[in-house]
Design a protein around this ligand. Structure first.
Ligand code: ATP
Ligand code: MG
Length: 402
């Protein structure tokens, strides 16, 4: 058992000694069997939340109405969830009601795919009620139970299927795939934030070409913000030979680049996806570099606008898309050689300009500062206080008063 499980073993043992059942469940079991690294360990138990709380000294009610209690007795917190069934799903997403149950089988039955419905005992035995092990071995994503019903209950599962296909390089089993095609339009009922999360994970998967191909094939892409009518652009992404995205910024820069979006349409597109503002800002920069590389003109001014991370992202996206020159070191060296990397590094301020050059407060100040920055970057003047003021006096202020 991996280290993460070992740390949680005393919890399973305590529950079992008290007469309850307890198992590791979910992604950590799947990934361990696949020999992949795991991040979080989920525990499922027959004990009801109050019974769990009675057995441990330090617990937090992280989601007690759904049966989840965090146990802190053994250093790291471990989330323990009572076996439950779900019913209702009026909104195609959240169940209207969860019911706590005593049998593991009922809990595993509600899970999305057979590879996610495995349970692991503290001694390392696997409970496999839906042939998840065979599907793991064969590389297959198969809905637990009737796929038509399962996607009708929760439409997000369709995006999860595609996301796992990309992360694991698995095929979606034919009946499951057919059900996704049938229910694709239900995706429009799902909150964009949830689709966003799965889409980004899909794009960052090691088989993103497969994930993107499935988005098109199932028509799920048509129910995502701003992607309808872009099948050809998306197919182009799906056929890029070295498609491998290292960050969310790269994902969106890649999509925007192939959709031909730039500022401000790109912002509108990413806002429709409810993307965080700091990501939008970085995508804009990365995209700037990617487009510049496409047209073979990366100026020092463009580089100055960047940050080391957005240079990496933009350059990576351009390289994968086949736009050269794409030597990352080249841009990093050029960036490192810039005399300044931020407007705050300029050796004069707006106040200096007003005081020493008698400039009036107003747009002329910002304008002059921008011109000084451009001159410093082009190495027409050194970034030194008096040199800058002299340069401004000789070249900028006189010009603007002509
Ligand atoms: P990851 O590695 O991304 O965490 P995961 O399989 O652990 O993958 P989670 O979203 O953490 O995914 O969910 C944990 C488990 O809960 C899943 O393995 C699955 O058994 C179940 N599950 C999660 N979301 C759903 C859903 N929408 N429908 C049914 N079961 C789900
Ligand atoms: Mg998980």
């Amino acid at each position: 058992l991996p280290e993460e499980f070992i740390g949680a073993q005393p919890i399973l043992e305590t529950l079992e000694h008290a007469g309850y059942e307890a198992y590791f469940v979910g992604g950590s079991v799947r990934d361990t069997i696949l020999g992949k690294a795991i991040h979080d360990v989920d525990i499922a138990t027959s004990a009801y939340p109050e019974e769990v709380k009675a057995l441990f000294k330090r617990t937090v009610d992280t989601g007690i109405e759904h049966g989840t209690v965090m146990i802190l007795d053994h250093g790291t917190g471990y989330e323990t969830t009572t076996f439950r069934t779900e019913s209702g799903y009026q909104d195609y997403r959240r169940p209207d009601e969860v019911t706590f149950v005593r049998h593991l089988e009922d809990d595993l039955k509600r899970r999305d795919f057979t590879i996610n419905a495995l349970a692991l005992k503290h001694d390392g035995t696997v409970v496999d009620l839906f042939d998840g092990l065979a599907d793991l071995k064969a590389g297959v994503i198969r809905a637990v139970g009737n796929p038509e019903d399962r996607f009708g209950e929760d439409a997000l599962r369709m995006m999860r299927a595609v996301r796992f296909a990309s992360q694991l390089n698995f095929a979606i089993e034919p009946a499951t795939l057919a059900a996704i095609k049938d229910h694709a339009s239900l995706l429009s009922k799902i909150a964009v934030e949830r689709i966003h999360e799965e889409f980004v994970k899909m794009m960052m998967g090691s088989a993103a070409h497969r994930g993107m191909g499935l988005m098109i094939q199932t028509t799920l892409a048509d129910y995502c913000p701003g992607l309808v009518g872009h099948t050809i652009d998306l197919s182009t992404i799906a056929t890029l030979p070295k498609l491998r995205m290292a960050s969310e910024v790269e994902v969106w820069a890649m999509v925007a680049l192939h959709l031909g979006l730039s500022y401000p349409d790109m912002v509108e597109f990413l806002q429709a996806w409810k993307t965080a503002n700091h990501i939008i800002k970085d995508v804009n920069l990365a995209l700037h570099l990617a487009y510049a590389q496409q047209y073979h003109q990366v100026s020092d001014q463009v580089l100055f606008e960047m940050t080391p991370d957005t240079i990496t992202a933009g350059s990576h996206v351009a390289q994968i898309s086949g736009y050269g020159p794409s030597d990352l070191n080249l841009w990093q060296d050029a960036y490192a050689k810039l005399p300044i990397h931020d407007k705050h590094e300029l050796a004069v301020t707006g106040a200096d300009l007003m005081h020493d050059l008698n400039l009036q407060p107003g747009p002329a100040i910002g304008d002059t500062l921008d011109k000084l920055i451009a001159a410093v970057i082009k190495q027409q003047v050194t970034n030194e206080h008096t040199a800058l003021l002299d340069y401004a006096k000789d070249n900028l202020v006189k010009d603007s008063t002509k």
